[in-house]
Design a protein around this ligand. Structure first.
Ligand SMILES: [Zn+2]
Length: 274
């Protein structure tokens, strides 16, 4: 039986430094081990696009998505994905990626690991121009891609909320977003040799102008933060995702089971999460 729905899981940080949108390395490893042990297929976004176009995917299919491109994704998530042979997708804020050699990641013996800041401290560092302390480097992006642990897509170039910068000014908002998306596409093409049709909205915000501009720029699959599972009849321009909490298998396993069944998934995602 092929899948009738596919959950797109959403992560930000995987780090021992606690924070609002952070999953601990232990919980992340347990969640990934569970997916592996239960025979899940971690889909590429190409495969998800195929599913939306009517191609079958295995019954136990999931998309593991990350937003922004934090250093801790390389240090703590990459080695776990590699260990279990799982594949994730990462939506990059392309302007924030730095230059320089690979930094150590977990699982490399006693090599000291780079410090990973909390979400809050990371914001402060980025505002102070210390983006390299917080974000991945292009070398790490390429290494993760070559290892098959991550594939990379756009999360815009600047992560700016143009609707807030130009309130009530649809024309300038749309122009700024178009420029932002073009910059992101150009840089991804320059660095990775390709750019995809998949885009994730900063802070989950979008409106009709945003969708129009993104589609004109060449994006067809737009990822939101609205909770839900993706069905074959989902609109490509409004794909839902599911926040994964910093919780163990007692939280994760029943949800993964429910997300395979449309009615149960709605029940789980519709009620207030604990
Ligand atoms: Zn983001």
């Amino acid at each position: 039986m092929p899948a009738s729905v596919v959950p797109v899981l959403m992560y930000h940080h995987v780090s021992p430094t606690p924070g609002l949108i952070t999953v601990s390395p232990a919980h992340f490893a347990a969640q990934m081990c569970w997916l592996k042990r239960h025979g899940y297929t971690t889909l590429t976004l190409d495969a998800l696009a195929g599913f939306l176009a009517g191609e079958p995917v295995p019954a136990k299919s999931v998309v593991i998505s990350f937003d922004d491109g934090y250093l801790d994704n390389w240090v703590y998530a990459h080695p776990v994905l590699e260990q279990y042979g799982l594949h994730a997708v990462l939506f990059l804020i392309t302007r924030w990626l730095g230059e320089g050699p690979l930094r150590p990641h977990a699982g490399q013996g006693n090599t000291p690991l780079p410090a990973c800041l909390s979400h809050h401290a990371g914001k402060t560092a980025i505002d102070a121009g210390q983006t390299d302390l917080v974000m991945m480097r292009w070398s790490e992006v390429l290494a993760a891609r070559d290892a098959g642990t991550f594939e990379f897509h756009s999360h815009t170039h600047t992560h700016n909320r143009w609707d807030k910068i130009y309130p009530g000014d649809a024309d300038n908002k749309s122009k700024a977003l178009a420029h932002d998306l073009a910059s992101s596409r150009n840089l991804l093409t320059e660095r990775l040799g390709e750019v995809s049709s998949h885009l994730c909205w900063p802070q989950g915000y979008y409106d009709d102008d945003y969708i129009r501009v993104a589609e004109a720029a060449g994006f067809r699959h737009l990822y939101t933060t609205e909770p839900g599972v993706v069905g074959a009849d989902s609109m490509a321009s409004r794909l839902p995702r599911i926040v994964v909490k910093d919780r163990g298998l007692g939280w994760f396993a029943p949800r993964m089971w429910a997300y395979r069944q449309p009615a149960l998934a709605r029940w789980y995602l519709g009620r207030k999460s604990r």
